[in-house]
Design a binder for this molecule. Sequence first.
Ligand SMILES: Cc1cc2nc3c(=O)[nH]c(=O)nc-3n(C[C@H](O)[C@H](O)[C@H](O)COP(=O)(O)OP(=O)(O)OC[C@H]3O[C@@H](n4cnc5c(N)ncnc54)[C@H](O)[C@@H]3O)c2cc1C
Length: 579
Amino acid sequence: MPQVHQHNYDVVIVGAGGAGMRAALESSSRVRTAVLTKLYPTRSHTGAAQGGMCAALANVEEDNWEWHTFDTVKGGDYLVDQDAAEVMCREAIDAVIDLEKMGLPFNRTPEGRIDQRRFGGHTRNHGEAAVRRSCFAADRTGHMILQTLYQNCVKQDVQFFNEFYVLDLIVQDGHAAGAVAYELATGDIHVFAAKAVILATGGFGKVFKTTSNAHTLTGDGMGIIWRKGLPLEDMEFFQFHPTGLAGLGILLSEAARGEGGILRNADGERFMERYAPTIKDLAPRDIVARSMANEVREGRGAGPEKDYVLLDLTHLPREQIDAKLPDITEFARTYLGVEPYTEPVPVYPTAHYAMGGVPTNIRAEVLGNNTEVVPGLYAAGEVACVSVHGSNRLGTNSLLDINVFGRRAGIAAAEYAATHSHVGLPVGAQGTVTAMVSTLLESTGTERVATLRAKMQSTMDRNAQVYRTDASLKQAEEDIAALKQRYANVSISDKGKRFNSDLLEAIELGFLLDLAEVLVVGARARNESRGGHFREDYPNRDDVNFMRHTMAYREGDGAIRLDYKPVVQTRYQPMERKY
Ligand SMILES: Cc1cc2nc3c(=O)[nH]c(=O)nc-3n(C[C@H](O)[C@H](O)[C@H](O)COP(=O)(O)OP(=O)(O)OC[C@H]3O[C@@H](n4cnc5c(N)ncnc54)[C@H](O)[C@@H]3O)c2cc1C
């Protein structure tokens, strides 16, 4: 039996990416706070973010937060909860300035202001033309945010538990009461009692094969919530970023197009002029990704297999490429052997961002159904669905989301903890995790984790990607169901206690399979096309029947029940989405 340790805190934060650390800065200055993270904090995926974080600072062009709100709502194809978008866009300005004061080295204008550049879907005066709204530190914005937040956490003596994998949430009498973690170095189990818990565990891009997401983005936070019988919202909406390196999925930031890069087909045509005549290559990601896929399907793809399009930066001055896009041009050289100064780069859409997740309100409180909160439970960042991104996130709105709602979650959880006492832990709080671990360690099954993961990713890429139909989703649903059965017979080779990544990958695959199933079932039921969800058999948006959020629940027998929740509308009525 593994050794079990007990801990007691006011607030426990699960995850040390941008959202988790922004929350920690607020919470730890108010109450006793622990941050549990499966990765060393500065290895979190926030550090891979490239292009920028937007706020209507109006440093280089006229801008205001209301235009930003409108773009976010329209970009999200009107599935955005408009109260949440207003909060995010209004608080964006302070969020950037807070980071600047913490020491983040943003790029500057010659006058010394924070510089800003264009990004897809961000416009002046409700769609007139592209606007410069994204603040950036070259193409390493996420890296700088993560390092800045980490340094400030160290300065503030935030208590981190690194390489602690949280595998279960403790819920007592309907209240969040703590979390249970597996310590990678020792195989010991740690039970953390807490008055409030914040989930900040990031996304689940690893359900797909072609993805920009890190190996560790396995949706553990969503998976844990799901197994507790709590709902997940809008899981069918997954964003495919237009410019992944062809065949690899490694991201080339939209900043490349923000700086003037152009997408071309095999004939050299700037095809986005046909699909989005006003803002062309800077249309929102769902539109650009679909246009690219369409060029390839209609035979205008480039390369020997005609299966990608080209991102052309060759007309940009070399100094601009070196100063503003140094990392991503290096990726093109390293991984594809292409020289972006002189040659266009092969690109194709890559699974990038989960718009759905754990339902929350604007105070970052987690919802247990359409309206009621789970006392003491909070979520922020990519794990959460607040929903500021609706059915399609605009570029640079996620680094903003994690800062705005990470901060809100930290404050709200600390205030809750300061005014409530511990609800107490149930007997054997570690039971679920010890059973999960021992079942896998003792299994003599014949299935391998890597095989099942590869099959899951391949059916998701084939059947639930940029284009979907009822038939393709049905195929994915059947494949996932079969894989879940096989998963029950999985075994691992490493039976040891120290650094058993074999064991953790097996557990992560369990979460991924659950989430893949929720995604596909939600997508099959949504007989319309909206944002990142495009159904060839229902190519139009259907506001009469589907202008509503999907709420998925896991029933006692494991079956999925779908319910729906209205979209919060404040000032914008749905319009046709032209760019
Ligand atoms: C390549 C790339 C480029 C991007 N570029 C941009 C950009 O330019 N602008 C923009 O706005 N957005 C961008 N995004 C999106 C954005 O970076 C992410 O959505 C955002 O950083 C997510 O932050 P987070 O704090 O929610 O999660 P993450 O940064 O992913 O952190 C998750 C944390 O949770 C922890 N964790 C997970 N599971 C567990 C567990 N079981 N137990 C304990 N800890 C756990 C991890 O250790 C980690 O610390 C990009 C994304 C990618 C992949």
